[in-house]
Design a protein around this ligand. Structure first.
Ligand code: NAD
Length: 389
């Protein structure tokens, strides 16, 4: 079949197997060209391994540091005439390449919040890695069912305390407008913490410890976004920020049980991923950021960020901020970059957007997440949606 992008709001419902494999290969090339990354952590579990920062983490550890991996993600497999999710294609493309490079790569596709998938992952670790020395938690999900009570919680990405009025962008039409978002109720805020906070991270670490598969001196990382005043009202000071704040609590609890070096939250920069495109205001900030960082020669996507995390920030004892977080958002939050972003933000209108921001590149980055718009891929060719090389 010929597979074309089908965009519904902030999601693309199709994905291209050849394009996704090309995207995975490009990320591998980025790491390989930069050379090996010294690491003693060769047995790695990546939760949320199929796209965005999780996929980049799996690639950097496998192709930079010769690690064997178990990955967990939530996917839609292909049907005869229906493409799979992008993450399903990415997982297969990654496994093929990791195995060709002599690395073990086992992927479990299912609900990482469930006890059943935790048990499956532990069995896969025992069978393939013995133990794990690094656990990367990179799940981004709108919904979580508590495995103990069976209750399902949905996150609500809203301001907390008072309503927020902000500029926003319709990425389909290019229109910049004002939106007002009402604050979350206490129940919505608590549900968001339940979904995106640290509870499931702690459950994973406890389950791995109980099963005896945590290696001595293991490290676990969980990714957060802090951002600047431009996005604080909707993000850092909103329900998502509350949930992310709970990661700091969970990291401290893991350190208290396993030692000072056992857990860190890592603050990463804003990038275009499936998760970030669903957050109000953030896509407008993203179109500005893409342009300004390009102009300053500081452009980074997920693979560049995660490569820098492991290659530069995690060598020796990592430098941390006053909350024990490792900071890779340093370029985005640097004074010159934020000053330029704030100046442009104030001047943003539908008319000025093309000069101040880069919506075409944002859209291209979004399509690439689903394997579309990659050079060297023949999108007019008939492809089997069930086959990935
Ligand atoms: P993403 O949407 O690209 O990836 C999410 C991953 O989670 C996918 O592999 C998906 O399959 C998996 N997943 C979702 N629900 C699952 C479930 N129930 N069971 C198993 N797997 C499941 O997201 P991302 O942007 O890479 O986000 C990853 C982390 O990085 C999040 O904690 C996010 O807050 C953080 N982060 C993102 C940004 C950004 O700008 N995108 C910036 C800083 C930090």
């Amino acid at each position: 079949m010929i597979i074309e992008p089908k965009i519904r709001g902030f999601i693309c419902t199709t994905a291209h197997p050849v394009g996704c494999a090309t995207n995975v290969q490009r990320q591998i090339d980025h790491v390989v060209v930069k050379g090996p990354i010294p690491s003693s952590r060769k047995r790695v579990l990546v939760l949320g391994c199929s796209t965005g920062y999780g996929l980049a983490s799996r690639i950097v550890n496998t192709f930079g540091s010769d690690a064997d991996t178990v990955g967990v993600s939530f996917e839609r497999p292909p049907a005869e005439n229906k493409p799979a999710s992008a993450g399903w294609y990415n997982n297969r493309a990654f496994e093929n390449r990791a195995k060709a490079a002599g690395r073990k790569a086992v992927t479990i596709e299912g609900d990482a919040f469930s006890d059943a998938v935790k048990a499956e992952a532990i069995a896969a670790i025992k069978a393939n890695l013995g133990q794990v020395d690094l656990i990367v938690y990179s799940l981004a999900s709108p919904v979580r069912t508590d495995p103990k009570t069976g209750e399902t919680f949905r996150s609500a990405i809203k301001p907390y305390g008072s309503s927020v009025t902000s500029k926003t962008l319709n990425t389909t039409t290019g229109e910049v407008s004002e939106i007002s978002v009402e604050p979350a109720t206490e129940e919505e805020a608590a549900a968001t913490v339940k979904v995106m906070g640290g509870e499931d991270w702690e459950l994973w670490i406890a389950a791995l410890a109980d099963a005896g598969v945590l290696a001595d001196g293991f490290l676990t990382l969980n990714y957060t976004y802090l951002g600047s005043e431009l996005t604080w009202p909707i993000y850092h000071k909103g329900t998502l920020g509350k949930a992310k704040g709970d990661l700091d609590r969970a990291a401290a609890a893991i350190r208290a049980r396993f030692g000072d070096g056992a857990a860190n939250v890592v603050a990463l920069k804003a990038v275009v991923t499936q998760a970030s495109s669903a957050i109000p205001v953030v896509p407008l900030y993203g179109t500005l950021l893409i342009k300004v960082e390009d102009e300053m020669g500081l452009s980074e996507g997920p693979i560049q960020q995660i490569d820098r995390l492991f290659r530069d920030k995690l060598q020796g004892t990592p430098a941390v901020d006053d909350e024990n977080r490792i900071r890779v958002d340093d370029w985005e939050l640097s004074e010159p970059m934020q000053a330029e972003l704030k100046k442009r933000w104030a001047a943003l209108t539908t008319e000025s957007l093309p000069a101040l921001a880069d919506l075409p590149k944002y859209r291209a980055e979004f399509l690439k997440l689903f394997g579309f718009g990659l050079g060297g891929v023949d999108y007019s060719a008939d492809v089997d949606p069930q086959v990935v090389n």
